[in-house]
Design a protein around this ligand. Structure first.
Ligand SMILES: [Zn+2]
Length: 306
């Protein structure tokens, strides 16, 4: 199975257009050693020919253009794409807005929980994906029920795991009062290899650690270093945990909970622009690396052979 990280920043990207934090300012003026990142996006392929997108970021159009694997075949029909499906892990705008960049009448399968599908399809914008019969086929994803994002499956399989968490603020209140399964993690399996993709990790119970320990590579939420990081960046901002992101540092944080995993290669993605690990000369960056983690970057890729 091949995986390519097309984007590795949290919502807003890095730098973020309206942010003058030390990371964003330092990246702009060159005083901080760091790498710009687009909003979190991944693509996987089981056969090297067909690709599934993991979520659909607001930067998707440019991310596709920068990935030669995802270009239409020049000798194909005038409209074609190697992208056959999109697998959504949540309804947050930084995970779904890119669907609207895929509205050019292309047949696609869109996999999501019934809750995420209901939230999106209640918004008239997303009807642009359904203008033609067969343009978009929504497929229900249920926790613990493996599915294949490819037809035929050819041995490919994705196992969804309910991670808890909350629906995004635009979908809070009566709209989601009766819904659950806000945030999913994905375990991608092929030829005996296993990858886990969890760009949002609200909590890390022992049951999840067991699953992650069975994987060869894990891609994990690296949004925030500390719980109060956003609160220190501006007034009236929420804590990391309140918006469904376990911080990396501190008691019960991701480093403490997951660094002991022995089998998997550990890669952080969905890194918020305020996170000090983005500064490659920071002590936090050194601490993350010393704990055995890599920072995902745009273009990071891996071909995990059976
Ligand atoms: Zn910033």
């Amino acid at each position: 199975v091949r995986i390519k990280l097309l984007g590795t920043a949290a919502g807003g990207g890095f730098p973020q257009w309206n942010c003058a934090c030390s990371n964003c300012s330092g990246l702009r003026d060159g005083s901080v050693r760091a790498t710009a990142r687009t909003q979190a996006q991944a693509a996987i392929s089981f056969d090297g020919a067909h690709w599934s997108l993991l979520n659909a970021s607001p930067d998707l159009r440019n991310q596709i253009e920068r990935a030669p694997e995802l270009a239409p075949h020049a000798n194909g029909t005038s409209r074609n794409t190697p992208i056959s499906s999109v697998v959504l892990t949540a309804a947050d705008l930084d995970h779904v807005l890119g669907l609207l960049a895929l509205r050019e009448f292309q047949p696609l399968r869109i996999y999501s929980t019934p809750a995420v599908q209901q939230i999106l399809r209640s918004n008239s914008f997303f009807r642009m994906l359904e203008r033609l019969t067969g343009q978009s086929r929504w497929v229900d994803v249920l926790p613990e029920q493996s599915f294949s994002p490819e037809v035929p499956a050819n041995g490919s399989s994705i196992h969804p795991i309910a991670l808890g968490g909350k629906f995004p603020s635009y979908a809070s209140g009566p709209m989601t009062a009766e819904l659950d399964q806000a945030v999913m993690g994905l375990v991608i399996e092929s030829g005996g290899k296993r990858l886990a993709y969890a760009p949002a990790l609200p909590e890390a119970p022992d049951s999840l650690l067991q699953i992650l320990e069975s994987c060869d590579v894990i891609f994990i939420d690296g949004s925030f270093w500390s719980d109060d990081e956003l609160q220190r960046s501006a007034a009236n901002m929420p804590a990391a945990r309140e918006i469904g992101h376990l911080p990396l540092s501190g008691n019960g944080g991701t480093l403490e909970r997951l660094s002991g995993l022995k089998r998997p290669r550990k890669v952080l993605t969905h890194i918020n622009n305020t996170n000090p690990i983005l500064n490659e000369d920071s002590p936090e960056n050194a601490q993350v690396r010393a704990a055995g983690w890599e920072l995902g970057y745009d273009g990071w890729e891996l071909d995990l052979k059976a």
